[in-house]
Structures are given as C-alpha cells and as structure tokens.
Design a protein around this ligand. Structure first.
Ligand SMILES: [Zn+2]
Length: 265
C-alpha cells in the first residue's frame, strides 16, 4: 500500500481537502507560468525565469510579502488589488487557483488509484496554462508542449492504461494529421488556418490518449471551437484570430478522463 493510500484510509475527508490545497498552490504557480512564459519565449524579458524575480506587482514593482502571496486567500483579502498602488490583480490568476483547487479536490474524491490521480493532475497542470497562453497570445510554447509529449510517452512506458506503441503512434499521427490539414487548407485558400503549436499539442494529446482517441479529440475540439467562435466573437470583435489550443486542451482532458473511467472502473 502506498503512502497516499494509507493517508487516504486514515483520513478520508482530509485527503480531498489536502488535494484542494495542493491544487490551489499548483494553480498559483501555473499563474506565474501564464504571466511569464510568453515574455520568456519571445525574449522580451531575458533575465526573468519562473523563480526569479520573486512575485511582485508588475505596475509598481512592489514585492509581495508572504501573506500577500497565499493562493485564493490573498486575492480575496486584497479585493483583487495591489496593496501599494491599488492596480488590479488579474481575475484570471484567482480563477486558475480556484479551478485547480476544485479540480484537484474533486478528482481526489472520485479517483482511487494514486498513480492515475497524479497523472491526471500532471496533464491538467500542462493543459491549463497552455490553454490560457494560447487564448491570450495565440502561442503554444514548445517548453510546455514538448515535456507534455514526453510525459505522455513515459506514463505509458511505466505501465499506465495504454500499450506504449499506441501512445507512440498517437504522438506521430497527432502531429501529422494537423500538419496535413494545415497544408491542405493553405494550398486551397492561401491562408494559414493553424499554427505549428497546434500540431505539437495534438501530438502530446495523442501520446497521452493513444492514436485511437485522435478523431474524437479533433471532433470535440472542432465542435467546441465553432461554438466558442460564435460565443466569444461578439465579446472580442477586434480579435479575428481564434486560438484552437484551448479547445484541443479541453477535448484532450475530457477524452483522457473518459478513458480513465472506461479502463479502471
Ligand atoms: Zn502595485
């Protein structure tokens, strides 16, 4: 029995609560990823990385003290504003902490196997910032899509639910299918309909879910993407570029979760 299983048995209510707290802390770190990685990728802020400089207000540079840096609590206590200059702390940072806390807490209630639970959390911890970064910047950084692909292959190499070759073919077929669509669209219309980041993200999802899941992921992403286009186009008139990444991410995690329940329950 693993440490996690013993912990869970000894403390059945505490385990989901602890998972939610871990989710909030993870969400807080993912917020840093979403805020900093685009500038790091574009080399706008060469000296910055995920750990340095420490958390600070981007407007007045005020360094956050420990109590201003508590996930969920600080944003609420400060009413979403910097303590020094009163400029707004983006709501998305609070929402990422909230979604992660709820997601980790709820999945801890329903998924019994610790390995499965951690693999789902790991997938979510990549897809959430990828979706947010693509939504805001039309960018799916390699520094996130590539480790996600390797993690999917490693997961199945150490005996998760799929044979490793399904994951491997999934990675290759995921990349190639969107690459073909990209070139077909480009030759027919002369325009670029997708970005290379989309190919890499679908390759990663193919590694996590297997090649058999790719048609379903693409179908679900396209349907939700079309729905999202009509829903958000009104809100966002100036921005005619739609990001496909958030919809791929949503479809990918949906399919992965449905596979977990199909395989293990
Ligand atoms: Zn400030």
């Amino acid at each position: 029995m693993s440490i996690i299983d013993s912990l869970r048995e000894a403390w059945p209510v505490g385990f989901p609560v602890m998972s939610a707290v871990f989710g909030a802390i993870t969400g807080s770190f993912l917020g840093v990823v979403v805020e900093r990685v685009p500038a790091m990728v574009r080399e706008e802020a060469e000296s910055d990385n995920l750990l340095f400089p420490g958390s600070h207000c981007p407007v007045c540079q005020h360094s956050l003290s420990a109590w201003e840096n508590i996930p969920l609590v600080s944003w609420l206590a400060l009413r979403g504003r910097c303590r020094k200059c009163r400029s707004a702390i983006p709501l998305r940072l609070f929402l990422m902490e909230l979604v992660s806390a709820l997601g980790f807490g709820l999945t801890a209630c329903f998924i019994a196997d610790a390995g499965t639970l951690f693999s789902l959390w790991l997938l979510a911890a990549f897809l959430l910032p990828l979706a947010m970064i693509d939504w805001r910047h039309q960018l799916l950084p390699d520094c996130l899509t590539q480790p996600l692909l390797w993690a999917g292959l490693l997961l199945h190499a150490v005996g998760h639910t799929l044979p490793l070759q399904d994951a491997l073919f999934g990675a290759v077929a995921g990349y190639l299918s969107l690459w073909l669509i990209y070139w077909a669209f480009r030759l027919m219309t002369g325009r670029e309909g997708l970005g290379y980041g989309d190919f890499k993200l679908l390759a990663a999802l193919g590694a996590w879910c297997g090649w058999q899941a790719l048609p379903l992921i693409l179908f679900a992403a396209s349907v939700s993407g079309i729905a999202g286009y009509f829903l958000f186009n009104k809100l966002n008139k100036n921005n005619q570029t739609i990001s496909f990444g958030p919809y791929l991410a949503l479809a990918g995690i949906g399919v992965f979760v449905s596979q977990l329940f199909a395989f293990t329950y």
